[in-house]
Ligand binder design. Structure first.
Ligand code: GLV
Length: 329
């Protein structure tokens, strides 16, 4: 008998087809987001699951899923997992690192440029039919070239963003839990600074750090007050890293110039005040959404499931295992 899995959200049909060669697959064709109680009911008889960052896998879900051996997240971030509870139950947890680094870094730049140069704000104005003449001070923004870029979170995506900054002749500073080794710092042409110094000196701040209780509201009212009034802020990381209400206030009062946000507290709901301030570019969590990369992420999540449930060259050892201590159990 084939092991049973749940694919908790709609994904590429060819990846489902690939999974059906190994597994009895339950799909979610309506693509509804399952809250924990509903997810638990669907996992009662399952050996594995493929989830996205929208599904919370917590102790309640695990208690209802006695056969579950692996949950493969189709995301690099895994703050939707209670990793300790999964490890305690001997359930393998996997994610999809690396495959999205360059695509996400590209998007970070798209969002930064759109924010600093007021692209969406000016396009809205043009579409409203308000453009009747050119003027010297129309939509003045901030330069990217030659400016100081501050990156908070210098993992592989942060490094890919830093490498691109050389093309704009920027000065790059970063802050991270731990300092990079000298070779990586040199490759990124980036200098390590404290968070306060970064906030005070950067013309553009990009957030690319993982979400956890420790990084909740890394940017709140106090941090926004430290930034230059001409600065821009880009959040590519996770909702909750920025205090969205405090940011909306700072934008409305022009305490910073502008923000670009791909992630939100409580998404897909967006703080209503962010929807009314003009100086913010809003995108619906699409930083990794190139066609090739999203397919790569789905296939990597499938690789993890296939290996975890005992198939292929990596049988029993999925390539992106987050909690290797479960292997001995
Ligand atoms: C997207 O947000 C991811 O974590 O992959």
């Amino acid at each position: 008998m084939k092991p049973k899995i749940l694919v908790a959200r709609a994904i590429f049909p060819d990846v489902i087809e690939r999974l059906t060669r190994y597994f009895e697959v339950e799909t979610n064709d309506a693509d509804v987001i399952m809250p924990p109680a509903q997810l638990a009911a669907h996992l009662a008889d399952k050996d594995g699951a493929l989830t996205t960052a929208s599904e919370r896998v917590d102790a309640t879900v695990l208690a209802a899923a006695p056969k579950l051996r692996v949950v493969a997240n189709m995301a690099v971030g895994y703050n939707n997992f209670d990793l300790d509870a999964m490890t305690a139950k001997g359930v393998m947890a996997t994610n999809t690192p690396d495959v999205l680094n360059e695509t996400t870094a590209d998007f970070g730049w798209a969002l930064l440029m759109a924010t600093a140069r007021r692209i969406t704000e000016s396009e809205r104005w043009l579409r409203e039919g308000r453009w009747d003449k050119w003027a010297y001070d129309m939509f003045l923004g901030a330069d990217i070239h030659g400016a100081t870029l501050g990156i908070i979170g210098m993992g592989r995506i942060g490094q890919a963003i830093a490498r691109r900054a050389a093309g704009f002749n920027m000065h790059v500073v970063y802050h991270n839990r731990s300092r990079l080794d000298a070779t990586l710092e040199a490759a990124c042409k980036a200098s390590y600074v404290g968070k306060d110094e970064l906030l005070r000196s950067a013309d553009h701040v990009i957030l690319v750090l993982p979400y956890s209780a420790a990084t909740h509201h890394t940017i709140g009212a106090a941090e926004l007050a430290q930034m230059k009034p001409t600065a821009t802020l880009v959040n590519l990381a996770r909702g909750g890293i920025v205090d969205d209400a405090a940011l909306a206030r700072a934008l409305a009062e022009k305490r910073i110039a502008a923000a670009g946000l791909d992630v939100f507290e409580g998404e897909p709901n967006v703080h209503p005040d962010l929807l009314t301030v003009p100086n913010v570019v809003l995108t619906p969590h699409i930083a990794s959404a190139s066609a090739a990369t999203r397919r790569g992420m789905a296939n990597l999540a499938a690789d993890n499931l296939i290996a975890a449930l005992g198939f292929g060259a990596d049988a029993g050892r999925p390539p992106c295992l987050l909690n290797p201590s479960v292997l001995g159990k």
